[in-house]
Write a protein that binds this ligand. Structure first.
Ligand SMILES: C[S@@+](CC[C@H](N)C(=O)[O-])C[C@H]1O[C@@H](n2cnc3c(N)ncnc32)[C@H](O)[C@@H]1O
Length: 290
């Protein structure tokens, strides 16, 4: 999807051709470990400017270590949901030539047990992309009402067994706190109910709790709503979604917005074979009409 996303952004390295000699400006809203940022910078060939955002302090450390010497790059420890305020502060609203959002959790976040995103590794039940802000999954599960937990599991995980799982969580926490990923996964697996043979019984609940804790869909909605005012005429938006809840929001936004749909693409078999997590990815590209 990296090459498709880059192609979708249609990066133009030169100055804006209106006689103003202003730089082209790009924004990578989800820096992660900078794979897409590096490709955008290469396409820019030392011209223009790339602003990269990420709310995870680890992503920021990586940017400082690996991208420090690059003159046309700036990292910002910010949420992309606040992209409108960010662009206004920098004075780049309606001047951005391309925005990339590669949604979801990064592989380093997922693979690091101490971040609590994965039930395959035992770790504290945290799940915050920014561990310095907001409430951890463990803290929320310790205080939320049973109905609220059930609603989150159903709404953000499409978990059909949501009510029974929520009941079991509330029963268990009255005896001892639910503090680790494997504890929660085992608890969910022990609840009887409809099962898919393709995924672990805790997959949908973990996705739901992560989306809720990080307010992922609200962040996405806020960023999308800002796009028509942030993009320059002819500017492009490329969004890579990893599940149907995100893709539905992006699809509807593009359909109902002032932006024009450019393309929709899926990963090829080779990419899925190399990275099974990519199997549900969808790339959508839209453009602000010139
Ligand atoms: C799938 S990874 C991006 C990987 C990146 N494209 C790369 O090449 O390494 C998503 C990243 O977006 C960040 N992120 C997710 N939601 C965010 C938000 N609302 N604001 C800022 N960063 C966010 C996560 O912390 C994570 O590092």
């Amino acid at each position: 999807m990296l090459h498709n996303a880059l192609a979708g952004l249609a990066i133009r390295p030169g100055d804006i051709d209106d006689g103003s000699h202003q730089n082209r400006i790009y924004v990578d809203g989800t820096f992660g470990r900078g794979g897409h940022s590096a490709a955008i910078l290469e396409a820019l060939g030392g011209r223009g400017h790339l602003h990269a955002l990420d709310r995870d302090p680890e992503a920021g450390h990586h940017a400082w270590r690996e991208f420090a010497g690059r003159g046309n790059f700036t990292f910002h420890a910010r949420n992309f949901g606040a992209i409108a305020a960010f662009a206004n502060e920098l004075g780049i609203a309606s001047r951005i030539d391309g925005v990339l959002l590669d949604l979801g959790v990064s592989s380093p976040q997922f693979d690091n047990a101490s971040r609590g995103f994965s039930f395959a590794n035992d770790g504290p039940l945290d799940m915050r992309m920014n561990p310095n802000a907001g409430e951890s999954a463990a803290a929320w599960l310790a205080r939320a009402k049973e109905a609220e937990i059930a609603d989150v599991l159903y709404q953000f995980g499409e978990e059909r067994n949501s009510r029974r799982i929520a009941r079991r969580i509330v029963e268990t926490r009255s005896e001892s706190p639910i503090a680790t990923t494997t504890q929660l996964a085992a608890l969910i697996a022990s609840v009887p109910g409809p099962r898919s043979h393709k995924i672990h019984p805790a997959t949908r609940s973990f996705q739901a709790i992560r989306i809720f804790i990080n307010q992922e869909l609200a962040e996405l909605e806020a960023a999308l709503q800002a796009m028509p005012l942030l993009l320059a005429p002819g500017g492009r938006l490329a969004v890579i979604s990893f599940h149907s809840l995100e893709d539905r929001i992006v699809k509807r936004f593009i359909r109902d917005s002032a932006l024009k749909a450019v393309s929709r693409e899926f990963p090829g078999d080779d990419e899925i074979a190399a990275n099974p997590r990519a199997r549900s990815a969808v790339l959508r590209v839209a453009e602000r009409p010139a």
